[in-house]
Design a binder for this molecule. Structure first.
Ligand code: SAM
Length: 370
């Protein structure tokens, strides 16, 4: 870990001992009660049990398209890899194995809690890892701090981790009640509740339409604006109720439909939550900036790969790689998006929307000046 970015605490010495919460019955239901899942490395039996049922344990994240990422990026001994979305460190660990002790791995995450947890595990095992709390859009600055002008590989696995979705306190899930926060980086000033209080009806509708292709964007925006004139919208389940009302749905009828359907439709509030989260974290803006600077941050022969989970993100990646191929900035790129196999989707349903694209620079230096 770099001295500037060392997480404030490491190890357990300074932590006061806390009793684990008791739960009624035989199985923990609430996030706080799932103490084994939060320390999943110490409970491999629990991990195996949940994974066999297609469930991701609450304190972990199953990396997606792993073999496809390695096949596209071909990390080799001694190379410098920037993993712009460290998360639980699943992809990072495989990069570290591939580059060996002579390589360097630079990991970034905007989420301080995530960075500290994963950092503690990785730095204990690998001396050639350095971690930075920061946005991947600022990759050039991070390389500079590391004394580098470029790297061999840039990888980003967009969106949120399972740990962030599953923690109700982060406010990203429409399944649990929690504060309407949605910030991946708690240093950001505006939460989702702040945005819902401040944006105009038109701005809310446009965000729902443009960031999540929500067909009922106008009705949902209208319902939100009517509600906030009476009381502030501050909780996740409060927003879920408003979406149900705006779409003329009854919770019980929807639940029944879900139970009886072989391939249940997405949750009615899923698109609203996605759009708000992308807005709070300026996810498209940050991706656009990364795609713009990436060619300058890659050495000749360098490779980049992006895993996206939303058509708007994939469109940006596709266009950027296509243009760069056309101008010769990249020499090759995946022709079509690479998607999870049927088996991966079965084992990890959260992988289903993932799309991977990669591109590679030519080995000879190219003048990138416009
Ligand atoms: C899908 S998870 C990555 C999972 C990781 N590949 C693994 O195998 O565990 C995305 C992570 O990237 C972080 N993140 C999302 N956008 C980011 C950005 N623009 N810059 C830095 N980190 C970001 C999130 O906080 C989250 O921890």
């Amino acid at each position: 870990m770099t001295p500037t970015d060392t997480p404030e605490s490491s190890g357990n010495e300074s932590r006061p001992h806390k009793r684990r919460p008791r739960y009624a019955g035989t199985h923990p239901r609430r996030y706080e009660e799932k103490y084994k899942e939060h320390d999943i490395e110490s409970h491999p039996d629990m991990a195996a049990h949940l994974r066999a049922k297609g469930i991701t344990p609450a304190g972990s994240h199953v990396p997606v398209l792993m073999e496809e990422v390695l096949a596209g990026l071909r990390p080799g001994p001694g190379e410098v890899v920037v993993d712009g979305t460290l998360g639980h460190g699943g992809h990072t660990r495989r990069f570290l194995e591939a580059i060996g002790p002579s390589g360097r791995l630079i990991g970034l995450d905007v989420d301080g809690t995530q960075l500290e947890r994963t950092g503690r595990r990785l730095t204990a095992e690998y001396p050639n890892v350095s971690l930075h709390r920061g946005n991947f859009a600022g990759i050039a600055g991070v390389l500079g701090k590391e004394g580098l002008s470029a790297c061999d590989i840039i990888f980003v696995d967009l969106g949120v981790s399972s740990m962030q979705i599953d923690d109700p306190h982060r406010g990203m899930s429409y399944k649990h009640d929690g504060p309407l926060d949605m910030r991946m980086d708690d240093r950001l000033k505006r939460t989702a509740a702040d945005l819902l209080a401040a944006l105009t009806e038109r701005e809310i509708a446009e965000a729902l339409r443009d960031l999540a292709d929500e067909p009922d964007h106008a009705a949902i925006a209208r319902r939100i604006v009517a509600e906030r004139a009476i009381r502030p919208i501050t909780r996740t389940l409060q927003l879920v109720d408003l979406v149900f009302e705006a779409r003329g749905l009854k919770r019980q009828a929807w639940r029944q439909q879900q139970r009886s359907s072989k391939s249940p439709p997405p949750h009615p509030a899923a698109r609203t939550f996605q759009a708000l989260r992308m807005l709070v974290n300026d996810e498209l803006g940050r991706l656009r900036e990364l795609l713009r600077v990436a060619p300058y941050c890659l050495r000749p022969g360098g490779r980049i790969a992006v895993i996206s989970f939303h058509s708007g993100e994939d469109r940006l990646v596709k266009q950027s790689f296509r243009e760069a191929l056309h101008t010769g900035v990249y020499e090759s790129a995946a022709e079509d998006p690479i998607t999870p196999t049927h088996e991966e989707r079965r084992q990890n349903p959260r992988s289903a929307p993932a799309k991977l694209r990669w591109a590679a620079k030519p080995r000879e230096t190219v003048d990138l000046r416009p």
